[in-house]
Write a new protein. Sequence first.
Length: 281
Amino acid sequence: EKMNSTMSEEPDALSVVNQLRDLAADPLNRRAIVQDQGCLPGLILFLDHPNPPVVHSALLALRYLAECRANREKMKSELGMMLSLQNVIQKTTTPGETKLLASEVYDILQSSSMSDVDGVNEMNYRRRKAQFFLGSTNKRAKTVVLHIDGLDDSSRRNLCEEALLKIKGVISFTFQMAVQRCVVRIRSDLKAEALATAIASTKVMKAQQVVKSESGEEMLVPFQDTPVEVEQNTDLPEYLPEDESPTKEQDKAVSRVGSHPEGAASWLSTAANFLSRSFYW
C-alpha cells in the first residue's frame, strides 16, 4: 500500500487526477464528486503540485465540476479553493494556458453568489452554459467550436484529447460526444487551423469549424487541407505515462462512466482512498 519512493508518486498523482478529470467530464458524476469527502480537498491540493500537467488536469476537473450550478457554492466555500486558484494565477512559473484556465474557474466561482434563481437568470444560465462558462470576456482567449467526423467513442475522444493537449495555446476543451463536437478555448493568437491539423494527425478524424450565419443558423466550414505548423507544448511532460495509456485502460475509466454508474462509484472510492493515503487534512 505504501509508496516506497518519490519516483512512484508522480504517475500515481497524474493518473488519479486524470481519472477524476474524466469522471468530472460526465455531467452525471459531478454532484457525487463534489459531495465526496475526499475528492474536492484532493483536487485543491493538486493545484499546488510540482508537476504542471497535474495542476492543469486538476483545473480541468474543477472546471467541469463548476459547470454544475448546484456545485458552485460548495466549491467556492471549500477550504483553500479560492486561495489556491489565486496562487496558480499569480505564480510566475505557471504556464500561460494554465493561468487562463485558473482565472476562468475563479471567475465562475466568484460570480456564483451574485445570481438569483429566477426565470431570467435561468435563461442566462442556459445561454452561458452553451459557452461552458469559460470567460467569454477574456480578451486573450477565444472559443472555437469543432465538428469532428469520426468522434464516435471514448478511445477516439482520448486520441483527440492527446492531440489537442500537445498544441501550445490550447487552454481547455469540452466534448459533446452525442453531436460529435468539441468546444475548444484557445489563446487569441492561435489559429483555429492548428486545431484541425492536430486532429487530422490522428489519421482517423477530421475537423470542420461550426460557425453561425447572419440569420443565426449553424454552418459547417471545412478547413484548408494545407497543414499548419503547430507549436508543441515542449515545457510539459507527456500528459499520461506510457503504461497509463487511455486506449489500454478503456474498460477501467472513461467508457464506464455514465453507462455503468457503479463503475464510476467504485473508481471514486479508489480515488478518495488514494487521496487520503497521500495527503493529510
